[in-house]
Design a protein around this ligand. Structure first.
Ligand code: BT5
Length: 268
């Protein structure tokens, strides 16, 4: 079903019932010279994650791409991923979801998945731990930032956010351990939720120095033992900090390694 989006934000909104990918559409708009556009879809038929992975995007989600033209060098692009993660986390917390951020681009919910209706008072769930005792984090949202331009100044940045809002979990890949807003707290008003995300993002982009501290506040990765797959190999150790513009600092025991990109697994 189509939703009326009257976002009160400094973004023009383009809403699609169904589209291959809001990021692809935003890139096309960038090529046409547009700026400050929010592309939204109820459903994506070709949603993409990092490294060209598939992103399941059934009807009921918030599939959102923001096209911005910041005056920053290309190396600052990770900040936009962090800002989007903070914005989604804040909106989710306001909606009553215990959301946090797993480096670099996942908004996660801790604990086993009971769902709002199935939870009974007999169920004791230790935050951050599943019933088997291992760390359980379920993915509520993912972020894909793309850009083009010169190294010293980007031409545009597209920040794609895939938020499992009112989505049927059956339609999501179970091996990805997805979480949905509707499963956590019941169906949300997608227009209002999107409004909050865009407002928060807009504020953070005007205060880039506030992004890393905000990220640290919500991080589930810091203090954990992690394994990070990077293009230069695997790094295992304790995640001790995040540095501007978005790198993870891992203490391997021998040295501190600063990882700028990669896939991160929480070992405990
Ligand atoms: C991401 O990639 O997490 C970035 C996802 C960005 C999606 C948004 S939607 C709006 C915009 N338009 C697009 O086409 N993309 C953006 P990555 O970290 O590579 O994670 C991808 C992995 O997450 C997949 O390989 C699956 O295992 C898992 N996955 C796929 N769909 C999921 C979903 N809906 N919820 C949770 N996990 C999912």
């Amino acid at each position: 079903a189509a939703v009326e989006y009257g976002l009160e934000a400094p973004f023009d909104v383009e809403f699609h019932d169904s589209i291959p990918s809001t990021n692809a559409r935003a890139r096309d708009l960038a090529g046409e010279g547009a700026a400050d556009v929010a592309v939204l879809a109820d459903e994506q038929t070709g949603g993409r994650g990092r490294l060209d992975r598939e992103w399941s995007s059934p009807s009921g989600g918030i599939w959102l791409s923001l096209l911005v033209r910041p005056d920053v060098p290309a190396t600052h692009a990770p900040t936009f991923t962090l800002a989007a993660a903070v914005a989604v986390t804040r909106a989710a917390r306001e909606a009553g979801v215990d959301a946090g951020i797993k480096w670099p681009n996942d908004v996660v919910v801790s604990g086993a998945n009971d769902g709002p209706s199935e939870r009974s008072s007999d169920d004791v769930v230790v935050p951050g731990e599943g019933r088997e005792g291992g760390a359980v984090e379920r993915k509520l949202a993912g972020i894909l930032t793309e850009m083009e331009g010169e190294a010293d100044r980007v031409s545009w940045v597209v920040v794609g956010m895939g938020i499992n809002a009112n989505v049927d979990p059956e339609e999501l890949p179970s091996e990805a351990r997805p979480a949905t807003l509707s499963g956590e707290v019941g169906a949300v008003d997608r227009r209002l939720f999107t409004q909050r995300v865009v407002e928060e993002f807009d504020e953070l982009r005007s205060e880039p120095e506030s992004v890393v501290p905000a990220w640290r506040e919500y991080a589930t990765t810091l203090g954990r033992r992690v394994r990070v797959d990077t293009s230069a190999g695997e790094v295992v150790g304790e995640a001790v900090d995040i540095e501007f513009p978005g790198a993870l600092v891992v203490d391997t025991g021998d040295e501190r390694v600063t990882v700028t990109a990669g896939d991160c697994e929480h070992l405990r």
